[in-house]
Each structure stands twice: as C-alpha cells, then as structure tokens.
Design a protein. Structure first.
Length: 305
C-alpha cells in the first residue's frame, strides 16, 4: 500500500498556533507521554517518537510520526544528551517553533536536580549518549515527577490558558496517587537500604538514591559502550572479592553478557524496566515503579506487600 512520501510530509505547512480542541503533543519518550497525559487528561492528544524499549542512540521515526511532529502544538523532550537522534529529525522538520526555549518546546531536564554533572563528555563510535551533561534518567526518581509535571502544566497552560484549572486538578490527582505510591515503595524497600548493586547500564542512579540502594559499578564502563574483555574481567574479580551479588539489568540488555557476569559471580539478576510500556504491567508512570519495586523485593528476599 502506497502512502505519502516522507518528503511530502516534511514539507507540510507547520501549525503556528493552537487551533482549539485537544492540544497535540509529541514527546520523545513514553514516560513523558504518560506524564503529559496525566496532566493534560482529555485536553491533550499525545504521541511518543520513541518506543518504550529502544537503543538510546537511534530511533527510527516513521512518516506518520514526522507528520505528527509537524502538526504538533508542543514538543516535550528529556533533554541533556539523551536524544542524540532528535536533532536530525528536527532539522528535517525545519520548524522554528521547536527550538530550545520556545513556548512550543519543553526541555524537562530544566528544574530537576541532576546527578553526575561532572562526568567528562566522551564520544563513542556508536553515537553520543554518554551522560555528558548529567545523568538523563531523572524520571526514575518519582520525586522528579513533581517539577516535571509542573513544567508540563505551565507549557500546556501557555498554549491553552482557559484549561489551566483542569490541568491543575489533573496534576493534583496524579500527585496524590504518586505520593501514596512513594510511601508504599519506600516502605517495601526500607529493609534493603544500603544494598550494594552493579548495573549493566548507568540508568539507575536516581532510583537508587531515592530508595537507598548503592550503585558501586556498571558493566558498561562508559554508558552505551560495551565492556572490553579486560574491563569485564576486572569487574568480575571485584564482584567476587567484595561479595557483590545483585546485578540490575534491563529488557534491552545484552542477554549473553548479563548471563556471563551472573554465572561468573553468582549474582542475582534483577531485570528492571526503565520506561512506561516496557512491560505490560508498566502501563503508566505509577505502575512502572510498582513493577520495579515488586521485582526488587522479590529478588532480594521478601514478598512485596
């Protein structure tokens, strides 16, 4: 079946202002989509450019998604260096509304307390996703949903000021549910505060800080760069000598590599889901943490309440 060419979609005239009806929002992740939906409710239509699980260096955007972005009222991005693929897409769309600082472009990293901001910027041959401006996985601390949804509310209300009260009410209900979840997650993980863990990818510092885990090493010596045999051997020896027995992996982690480290060290592998939709049970932002906390508690030795 033939459809419109990618070039034709790119050359569609840009929508310069909101024309009424639900605001059309495009996000760079399913997590941001979930947060925009939580605040916007029925007043937004939201599409994510990236699927829940993907190589962070490369996202293949379809012609349909190009069209969605071209017609969007608002772009919501993670920011930092988390979306090296986005610049190419925005160059192709060539819409001046989607430039940093414009009312139609929201960078959610602003206003969030970032970790690892002193990490040297290093380029890998696979692309730029090396946490060079701070670790970009800040949505994995549920407390950060507070400033993130505040920024989302303000961005939506600038475009649709008549709906501000509805956005505020939606956000208040979401935060109430989130606070209840945070109390539950903190209680369930309280026994395991101080647990030392190894991660495959440096995805989890915000989650670890919030819930009292201690990340002592990463299998990837540089985010997104596979370990060399020498660095892997050093890590395995360190895990053996220091009794590190918990390895946090992700659904997209190299299964053979994870299995090798676990076999050589006797570590328990816990597969955590980094984004909404990465598992059927992670159906929204709160459900994402419900799932990850449940998996951690089960792996560390006690049933989740």
């Amino acid at each position: 079946m033939r459809g419109p060419s990618l070039l034709a979609l790119i050359l569609l005239p840009a929508t310069l202002a909101w024309a009424g009806g639900p605001l059309r929002v495009v996000t760079t992740s399913t997590d941001l989509r979930a947060l925009v939906e939580a605040v916007g409710g029925s007043r937004v239509q939201v599409d994510s450019l990236a699927p829940a699980l993907h190589d962070p260096h490369t996202v293949e955007v379809t012609p349909r998604q190009f069209a969605k972005l071209k017609g969007a009222d608002l772009l919501v991005r993670t920011g930092l260096d988390h979306e090296p693929w986005l610049a190419r897409i925005l160059r192709a769309v060539n819409d001046p509304r989607f430039t940093r600082g414009s009312p139609n472009d929201l960078d959610t990293s602003r206003g969030v307390e970032l970790l690892q901001t002193e990490t040297p910027r290093v380029r890998s041959e696979r692309g730029v996703h090396v946490h060079g401006f701070g670790n970009p996985h800040f949505w994995l601390d549920p407390e950060n949903a507070g400033p993130m949804t505040a920024a989302i509310l303000d961005a939506l209300a600038r475009l649709a000021p008549a709906d501000r009260r509805e956005f505020e009410a939606n956000r208040a209900r979401f935060l109430e549910r989130l606070r209840a979840g945070l109390a539950r997650w903190s209680r369930d993980l309280a026994t395991y505060r101080g647990t030392r863990v190894v991660v495959v990818h440096d995805t989890w510092p915000y989650f670890a800080r919030r819930f009292g885990l201690v990340v002592v090493a990463a299998v990837e010596p540089t985010p997104g760069v596979p370990p060399s045999p020498a660095s892997l051997a050093t890590l395995v020896e360190r895990m053996r000598q220091t009794g590190l027995k918990v390895l946090l992996a992700e659904p997209s982690s190299n299964a053979a590599l994870v299995r090798d480290v676990a076999t050589r060290t006797g570590a328990t592998v816990v597969t955590l889901v980094p984004s909404v939709g990465g598992d059927p049970a992670a159906s929204d932002y709160v459900a994402l943490f419900d799932l990850n906390v449940k998996r951690l508690v089960q792996a560390l030795g006690a049933p989740a309440r």
